[in-house]
Design a protein around this ligand. Structure first.
Ligand SMILES: C[S@@+](CC[C@H](N)C(=O)[O-])C[C@H]1O[C@@H](n2cnc3c(N)ncnc32)[C@H](O)[C@@H]1O
Length: 196
């Protein structure tokens, strides 16, 4: 597999456990920032009744496409070129928008864009599921997250672990309500929002 991520391999089963509690059996799911496609492959196998639409920036789509061609199942749609810097939703409405480990990679404005784009794409009562690390009241949830944040910022000053409270404010303005905040392994969270 091109672009294989050990982290994605480790977290895919715990994420599927939580996703399964909320996912409609026949859900149409848009994934933003699919990377190599490991979550797309795992979730589409775990939940055979769903349709999974993966997406990535143009530069990464060839890797994603190659992996899906080799290992994909027929409930994964061909990947969409979706760059948060310039994208508006014009497809069919989706039941779920999912993004794992994207909010701390993209800049804060692009993270806000992801939230607004999710609202554009979601059906009423649709769900936004965000997986990754967050800060609460300005505090990291672990020393390792503090080190990870520094590592991210050394690499790209626009990156960094986001404030849960700022995300809540963005989500509320966009028309989303937080329904669950699950603590996940390795100091991550799975946040579930519902569109009004
Ligand atoms: C840490 S990786 C996470 C990949 C995968 N979701 C996972 O959990 O393994 C972050 C992903 O965000 C994507 N990304 C970065 N900037 C983006 C943008 N402007 N629009 C859409 N995706 C972006 C990257 O290409 C990368 O695949």
């Amino acid at each position: 597999m091109q672009g294989y991520s050990q982290a994605a391999e480790n977290n895919k089963a715990p994420i599927a456990d939580i996703m399964g509690k909320h996912l409609p059996a026949d859900a149409f799911v848009l994934e933003i920032g699919s990377g190599a496609g490991q979550h797309a492959l795992h979730m589409s196998n775990t939940f055979p009744g769903i349709i999974w639409l993966p997406s990535e920036r143009e530069a990464v789509v060839p890797i994603l496409r190659a992996n899906l061609a080799l290992y994909g199942s027929n409930n994964i749609q061909p990947p969409l070129v979706l760059d948060l810097t310039d994208f508006n939703w014009s497809g069919d409405s989706v039941d779920v928008v999912y993004a794992a480990n994207v909010m701390h990679i993209v800049s804060e404005p692009l993270g806000e864009r992801l939230v607004r784009l999710a609202v554009e794409a979601l059906k009423p009562s649709g769900l936004l599921m965000l997986y990754g690390p967050y800060k609460y009241n300005g505090q990291f949830t672990s020393e390792s997250n503090a080190s990870f944040d520094q590592w991210l910022k050394d690499r790209d000053p626009a990156s960094g672990i986001r404030d849960f409270e700022a995300l809540m404010s963005t989500a509320k303005c966009a028309g989303l309500t937080l329904t669950r905040d699950y603590a996940m392994p390795a100091n991550n969270q799975m946040l579930i929002f519902e569109r009004a």
